[in-house]
Design a protein around this ligand. Sequence first.
Ligand SMILES: Nc1ncnc2c1ncn2[C@@H]1O[C@H](COP(=O)(O)OP(=O)(O)OP(=O)(O)O)[C@@H](O)[C@H]1O
Ligand SMILES: Cc1ncc(C[n+]2csc(CCOP(=O)(O)O)c2C)c(N)n1
Ligand SMILES: [Mg+2]
Length: 307
Amino acid sequence: MKVENIGEFGLIDRIKAFSNSKGHALGIGDDCAIIPQGEREILVSVDALVEGVHFFKNAEPFLLGRKSLAVNISDIAAMAGEPKWAFLSLSLKSGTELSWVDDFLKGFISMADEFGVELLGGDTTKAKETVIGVTIIGENPIGASVKRGTARAGDLVCVSGKIGCSYAGLKALELNLKGYQNFIEAHINPTPRVNEALSIREFATAMIDVSDGFIQDCNHICKQSGVGMKIWWDSIPFCDADFITKEQMLCGGEDYQIAACIDRRFKDKIEKNPYFTIVGEVVEGKEVVIVKDSDVIEIKKCGYEHF
Ligand SMILES: Nc1ncnc2c1ncn2[C@@H]1O[C@H](COP(=O)(O)OP(=O)(O)OP(=O)(O)O)[C@@H](O)[C@H]1O
Ligand SMILES: Cc1ncc(C[n+]2csc(CCOP(=O)(O)O)c2C)c(N)n1
Ligand SMILES: [Mg+2]
């Protein structure tokens, strides 16, 4: 058997089966681990970016530095936490220009400064392809972090921003399409939605960031919470790109928007919130279904999966 036979998520389940967690901390399965520390809880996550997998060989180093930290900060946002500290593991090809490294670091630090994150350490090695690993640490008052496994039937589902612009940007880069700089920007220079997530922290029952694709990430909430979701097609804030399909927007990933479930009693708070759109409801069931005019729209298994 090879890793491809069980896929990325099968692999994570397999790793989880080896976990020796004593149960004091929240371990594998959410966007961050949660480690209670007195009045606070510490949030920790690690995410790698690999040349050829997450970015093209010719990626601009300044923006790559920004994105490397942004996707990690996004995992803190996904728990409605505040990012604080980062560690940077840089695996570089021999022959990498120092100017490339400097530009990468300038980008990394520009993102760090925007979100109040301090770079405190890391690791440096040689590799065949460039690999950037970032560990991010954040915090919250004890009990305030919003997890994936706590959605309840009856909650509303909402999402920040638009869905699919990053995938449109990836396609514009791949196909060398001209005139789509705003979508390319969404792809190569995403904004982690920390403030957006914090603005609904007290109403949210479950939360995730959209990294693998909106449907797949909502399915992570469904699986962890033991619920289903009805997403209303006509309410989805699709990206206004006309060269990819709406299905691709729902499946493409890397939007780094926040998808959250909200106690229905706070519907008016979400309606007044400038960042979020209500897109559906949590129901009894197992997975996401997309509904248009009371018909279920079939969308085959989709979303990004390594292996
Ligand atoms: N190699 C590993 N060892 C231990 N835990 C892992 C490993 N890979 C993933 N996990 C854990 O599995 C869970 C899901 O990981 P995953 O990387 O899919 O996170 P995500 O937030 O859904 O996606 P993204 O990588 O885009 O942030 C997390 O709790 C993560 O810590
Ligand atoms: C060159 C290139 N090819 C493909 C993609 C698309 N892509 C890569 S990883 C990923 C999901 C999130 O990753 P992870 O789950 O590791 O956080 C997506 C949508 C890209 N960005 N660059
Ligand atoms: Mg995540």
